[in-house]
Design a protein around this ligand. Structure first.
Ligand SMILES: C[S@@+](CC[C@H](N)C(=O)[O-])C[C@H]1O[C@@H](n2cnc3c(N)ncnc32)[C@H](O)[C@@H]1O
Length: 313
């Protein structure tokens, strides 16, 4: 974890009190802490930094670290490296999805937060326009890879063809990425370890349907997003799943007081001030659909229509 990240962090167990964390370094390479810990003076909890990866999770979320399936699996790493960077290695099936989402980013003298950053494409894009960028994700495997890519400034990985058959894919990265000003940590979208009103831009892309409490996710975004001169870039397919979140928590699909509103309309209403989830409310700049693909193997693809909305305040 880069040393500058420390000054942005607070303890996720003591969010209301906004307690900064104290950094102890056991090993560092220049500005990068490889082994160490961050400690909260108030609750005495310490958060490890191992092999460069800081884990700033509340106790209640720690179980995600031991998962070896889902977003921590080898298959998922191949899938998301393809999705994020397929246009860089000129794959004929590449989509423009990440170029579309990043086309909304505006030059800013503030910082950006990419929530559920996966292997980091949008965080790297945000580094072109923002002072500092932090990508967070609960997958340790994605965060390790995102940090490796930012350090090597290039990509090389084994793309799964079928079973254990793989092919190498490699490419150089965009020279405009500001690698020193972006970093990635393990943290939870439902307990963002940052003080209120600090980020000029926040992104939540294809994450809402993956969290246990979608409304809590929006409430926490409102907390960390600056009151003025700020932007929220949101996208999601709204493919709600009972194994992820209780239908009572879905923000569309006929539940939770949202009537027959579809997901994107429902998010628009929250951004515009419904239930004061976003306070002050945001002005909606753009809305639309992004065709996005996840490639599982050479023969298995998910074609997704991710619906985006961009708001400013
Ligand atoms: C569908 S993927 C989308 C990844 C990326 N935003 C994109 O569009 O390519 C969902 C991501 O959110 C992460 N995630 C799931 N639950 C999370 C949580 N509670 N906090 C932070 N990240 C989470 C997953 O590990 C995964 O990287």
């Amino acid at each position: 974890m880069k040393k500058w990240v420390t000054e942005k962090l607070i303890c996720p167990e003591c969010l209301a009190k906004e307690i900064p964390l104290d950094l102890t370094i056991a090993e560092a390479h220049d500005d990068d802490v490889i082994e160490g810990e961050l400690t909260c003076d108030s609750c005495s909890r310490s958060y490890p930094i191992r092999k460069g990866v800081a884990v700033i999770l509340p106790e209640a979320s720690m179980s995600v670290l031991s998962e070896t399936t889902g977003y921590n699996s080898k298959n998922m790493l191949s899938s998301y490296l393809w999705s994020h960077f397929c246009d860089f290695f000129n794959d004929p099936a590449a989509t423009d999805a990440y170029r579309t989402w990043s086309s909304f980013f505006k030059q800013s003298d503030g910082d950006a937060l990419d929530i559920g950053c996966s292997v980091g494409r949008l965080s790297l894009e945000l580094s072109k326009t923002h002072s500092r960028v932090i990508g967070i994700d609960t997958s340790i495997s994605f965060i390790e890879k995102a940090r490796e890519l930012a350090s090597k400034k290039s990509l090389e990985f084994d793309l799964i063809i079928e079973g254990f058959i793989t092919e190498k894919r490699a490419c150089a990265f965009d020279t405009d990425f500001n690698y020193d000003h972006v970093d990635f940590i393990v943290a939870d979208a439902l307990a963002l370890p940052f003080p209120g009103r600090v980020f000029s831009t926040v992104t939540s892309i294809n994450l809402l349907e993956k969290v246990a409490s979608p409304i809590k996710h929006l409430i926490d975004i409102n907390r960390v997003l600056k009151e003025k001169k700020s932007m929220f870039v949101f996208s999601d397919p709204f493919s709600w799943d009972e194994s992820v979140s209780d239908p009572d928590h879905w923000l569309s699909g006929g539940t939770n007081g949202n009537g027959s509103f579809r997901g994107i309309e429902s998010i628009g209403r929250y951004l515009s001030g419904k239930d004061e989830i976003f306070n002050p409310p945001l002005e909606i700049l753009e809305k639309g659909n992004v065709p996005w693909k996840i490639r599982k193997t050479a023969n298995l693809w998910e074609h997704i229509n991710s619906q985006f909305i961009v708001g400013i305040r």
